[in-house]
Design a protein around this ligand. Structure first.
Ligand SMILES: *Cc1c(COP(=O)(O)O)cnc(C)c1O
Length: 399
């Protein structure tokens, strides 16, 4: 890899000249990964504390995932939804089993926003059109999912969006009760808001949402695209509350890096989408389904729910009380770090210099969503590096 194009700057230039500028300039150009570590094209090593935004549950290049994908692709790679495959059916059954619901139906997609689109269309089949959603919530970037996402900067350039969406403050059960009516098709909430910076609602919020939805015959739809599949130390974050949703959306961690999502209707909600109502050429593709099954098997076999709790606890207790840290939030390995000052972008840059990938969700808020296979030593290394990282961020010594 000694030719000039192997260097970060060259790729950044080529990227700028050939890819649409939707994400801003890439911070790094990455070449390979193993476990919770990645290497850039210039050979620098990083501890990946973002995990592809809560996606790489098994870390990078996990042998079980590599084997499952390779074997399935070598056997049967794609067939369209005119036909079924064994991995697709087994995955749907496994997801329903993990949700603790025998009676449900799964629609498989290729991404989170597609899972949300399926959910949104499903809500229309109730015969109602009004949806109540939380401020700060994030549900994706396609037009339907965007209509359900509150951030003005994301929405406004694309209005008009599908209508009859009411936004209420997150975590406020009274505001929710006031917004839901007998014309409401669904209440859509994240059990913990991820993109908002790992915002945890009061413990009685989901139960209250369930009661309010029931009072008005509305569906309770929980978007677990970020929180699901073990991220928070449970298979699904809503299991903590004991609340039974009607609809659950999944994606990010489900395929461990292979694109797959799911919209799951539980009970009667599983029957709302009927033949001809929705479709996808790739959705439920056997390779993606095999990837998801490998993730579920490995989370179980390697005890990664428990690992997520332990490593999450280690990061939180290690960071609490450190320089510039106001408090930490979240469950398991979905960790929010609220800073005392608006230094989050500087901390991200300083952490990268020190060999750690972290993410800023706002001017004073960091998010960590590392692979569930993060080692104790890697978590310790970040905690130990914090004073130096924060010190450089403060001095603005970083780019
Ligand atoms: C990331 C995310 C989405 C969108 O998923 P994409 O795969 O990026 O389309 C939807 N909902 C939640 C809660 C998310 O965190």
């Amino acid at each position: 890899m000694s030719d000039a194009t192997s260097h970060t700057g060259d790729y950044q230039e080529r990227y700028a000249a050939s890819l649409m500028n939707t994400f801003g300039p890439p911070k790094l150009v990455l070449a390979r990964g193993e476990g919770a570590h990645v290497w850039d094209v210039d050979g620098r090593e990083y501890v990946d504390l973002l995990g592809g935004i809560a996606v790489n549950a098994l870390g990078h290049a996990h042998p079980a995932l590599v084997r499952a994908v390779s074997d399935q692709l070598a056997t049967l790679g794609h067939v369209s939804n005119f036909f079924a495959t064994e991995p697709q059916v087994t995955l749907a059954e496994r997801l329903l089993g993990l949700l603790g619901h025998g009676d449900g139906r799964v629609f498989l997609t290729n991404s989170g926003t597609e899972a949300v689109e399926a959910g949104f269309k499903l809500t229309r089949r109730t015969g109602r059109t009004h949806v109540v959603v939380a401020e700060g919530g994030f549900h994706g970037r396609t037009m339907g999912a965007l209509a359900l996402t509150s951030k003005a900067a994301y929405r406004e350039p694309f209005e008009p969006l599908p209508g009859e969406v009411t936004f209420v403050p997150y975590g406020d059960a009274e505001a929710l009760a006031a917004a839901v009516t007998d014309r409401t098709a669904a209440v859509l909430l994240e059990p913990i808001q991820g993109e908002a910076g790992v915002v945890v609602p009061p413990p009685d919020y989901l139960p209250a949402a369930r009661r309010v939805a029931d009072e008005h015959g509305a569906l309770l739809w929980l978007d677990e695209v970020q929180t699901g599949v073990g991220r928070t130390g449970l298979w699904f974050e809503h299991l903590r509350s004991g609340v039974r949703p009607d609809v659950v959306t999944l994606a990010k961690g489900l395929g461990g890096g292979f694109p797959i999502g799911a919209c799951i209707g539980l009970g009667a909600a599983g029957g709302l989408l009927q033949p001809g109502n929705h479709g996808s050429t790739f959705g439920g593709n056997p390779v993606a389904s095999a990837a998801a099954l490998a993730v579920l098997d490995t989370v179980e076999a390697e005890g990664l729910l428990d690992a997520a709790l332990k490593r999450g606890e280690q990061l939180r207790t290690g960071l609490e009380g450190q320089d510039g840290v106001d408090r930490t939030t979240g469950e398991g390995l979905l960790v929010g770090v609220q800073l005392l000052d608006d230094l989050a972008p500087e901390v991200v840059a300083a952490a990268q210099e020190a060999g750690f990938i972290v993410n800023a969700t706002g001017p004073s808020r960091l998010r960590l969503a590392p692979p569930l296979v993060l080692t104790e030593a890697d978590a310790d290394a970040f905690v130990a590096a914090w004073p130096g990282v924060h010190g450089s961020a403060r001095q603005g010594r970083t780019p």
